[in-house]
Write a protein that binds this ligand. Structure first.
Ligand code: HEC
Length: 107
């Protein structure tokens, strides 16, 4: 009986984790999106540090900037910047892209 209760609890924790991850966007979908849209200027792969456009930071560097948060990325990506094209990212794309960038953070 105890064992069954433990399994039930573990399942619940797993389900809660999956739901949370979804809320913060889909890392894989974000990767697909940035490869398509952002890669002409930014190094988007975890191991890449040199961006095609020299003054665009690699996404790994962005992710590892101290204090980098979902909020900071949301602000950056929803306000105009002279050095970057203005993107209108749909809400879901925005979440996915941010989830992908933050996944490059080294723990
Ligand atoms: C035409 C080239 C170009 C494209 C395409 C582009 N960027 Fe940028 N991006 C830049 C440049 C240049 C900078 C540096 C701007 C600065 O510091 O003023 C920058 C800066 C950034 C920063 C801020 C980094 C920091 O230090 O805070 C983020 C985040 C970012 N880009 C995300 C994206 C995302 C996500 C995409 C795709 C949806 C994208 N960029 C597409 C050129 C580009």
């Amino acid at each position: 009986m105890r064992c069954a209760a433990l399994i039930a609890a573990a399942t619940l924790i797993c389900l809660a984790g999956a739901a949370r991850a979804e809320e913060f966007g889909d890392v894989y979908a974000g990767q697909v999106y940035v490869k398509d849209v952002c890669a002409p200027c930014h190094a988007v792969q975890p191991e890449a540090s040199m961006s095609p456009k020299i003054d665009a930071p690699s996404f790994a560097a962005v992710a590892n900037t101290p204090g980098m948060t979902r909020t900071a990325l949301t602000v950056w990506l929803t306000t105009p910047h002279p050095t970057m094209p203005n993107y209108v990212l749909e809400h879901q794309d925005l979440d996915n892209v941010i989830a992908y960038i933050l996944s490059l953070k080294n723990d």
